[in-house]
Ligand binder design. Structure first.
Ligand code: MG
Length: 369
């Protein structure tokens, strides 16, 4: 506690944002009861929003702030893909069972009463899967345009997950390909939902490559951040090209932290290359709420990368950005000018790590936007 007070005493602005956020977002907080209990008394729609609050931290708020006509489809999209990811991440499931569940998922959500027992490595995930029929019914109440996007992305993502359950991520290209399936497709699907809603009209949203990069940047950041947790569960997502030249097994990076940090830093530098595409995408968004929905996670990602750079702790535990920083993004970022300013500040700090050659062109590209 005292440590925290001292910590924030030098950051009075962040304390102010934390307090503002606490007050402003009170009604976005999940209720204490388990989803299992909530499911007995709520409508499908209310259950889905409660589930959203439980299973996603940052996304839940920005989804609930979307324009009304987009809120429901994006909420369902998130929960359906959370369901798929819950299957992918459950390392207790046998391979053939997992493959069968993944492959049948996009069809199952269109069926009458799809639920799953004892799937998921967290209590909230297991509760959600146990009542997935509620998500499916809510899904089936959506406009056919939205359903089409959700089913197509779910089907393609499942195919990618099946492929990569057998395949090692060897090169950086493999890494981008895997991230395309589990996150790039989400970026592409979201662009399609935005266009279908009529809230966004930019032709840039039809550009699959740029929407893909929006997802890639977030996913690669999460994969870097979750190193220790994934390793603990025998999940390996760091590309071999980055670490195999130095160590035989990924776990060796924990035993030899100097090498671990060097590898981590190299992958961060690779990941930063998505920034110009992501900022170009953000620049073209017209609706303020859709903009915030897209921009806040991107900002949290770039701030996370800065926090991970050269940080030995990443090798042993999840490193997160300060809550005060997150609060600042939620409370103070409303337009592209504010995003640009924050990116430039973060990149200038990163540049000090002898990274002028990498970072300078990125800074220039941001200035040009
Ligand atoms: Mg996963």
């Amino acid at each position: 506690m005292i440590g925290r007070i001292l910590y924030y005493s030098g950051r009075p602005q962040e304390v102010a944002y934390l307090l503002q956020m606490k007050k402003a977002f009170q009604h976005y907080k999940p209720i204490e009861k388990r989803l299992l209990t909530i499911s007995e008394t709520t409508t499908d729609r209310a259950f889905c929003y409660e589930a959203l609050k439980k299973v996603s931290r940052s996304f839940s708020i920005v989804i609930q702030q979307l324009p009304a006509s987009l809120r429901d489809p994006v909420c369902v999209f998130y929960l359906v893909l959370r369901g798929l990811d819950t299957i992918e991440d459950d390392m207790r499931l046998g391979w053939s069972k997992k493959e069968q569940l993944l492959r049948s998922f996009s069809e199952a959500i269109n069926g009458p009463s799809f639920t799953m027992e004892a799937v998921g490595d967290k209590e909230d995930y297991r509760d959600l899967m146990l009542h997935f029929d509620k998500v499916c019914r809510f899904y089936r109440s959506l406009d056919p345009h939205y359903r089409e996007v959700i089913t197509t992305v779910t089907h393609q993502m499942a195919e990618g997950m099946v492929t990569y359950a057998h395949r090692t991520i060897v090169s950086y290209d493999d890494w981008s390909d895997y991230c395309h399936y589990v996150a790039g497709l989400v970026g592409i699907g979201l662009s399609q939902l935005f266009s279908a809603s009529g809230w966004e009209q930019s032709a840039l949203l039809d550009d699959r490559a740029i929407s893909n990069e929006m997802g890639l940047f977030l996913q690669k950041t999460n994969i870097l951040r979750d190193f220790a947790e994934d390793l603990q569960h025998d999940r390996i997502f760091w590309p071999e090209e980055a670490w195999k030249p130095y160590v035989t097994e990924l776990v060796d990076l924990q035993r030899q932290p100097k090498i671990g940090i060097a590898v981590l830093n190299n992958i961060i530098v690779h990941t930063l290359q998505h920034i110009p595409a992501c900022l170009t995408y953000l620049k073209h968004l017209q609706n303020k709420h859709i903009f915030r929905f897209c921009a806040i996670p991107q900002l949290m990602a770039v701030a996370t990368l800065k926090e991970l750079y050269g940080n030995e702790e990443v090798l042993r535990q999840n490193v997160k950005i300060r809550r005060g920083k997150t609060a600042k993004y939620f409370m103070a970022i409303h337009d592209f000018t504010a995003v640009k300013k924050e990116y430039l500040a973060i990149l200038k700090q990163l540049e000090k790590n002898n990274l002028t050659e990498t970072i300078h062109p990125l800074i220039e590209s941001i200035h040009a936007l």
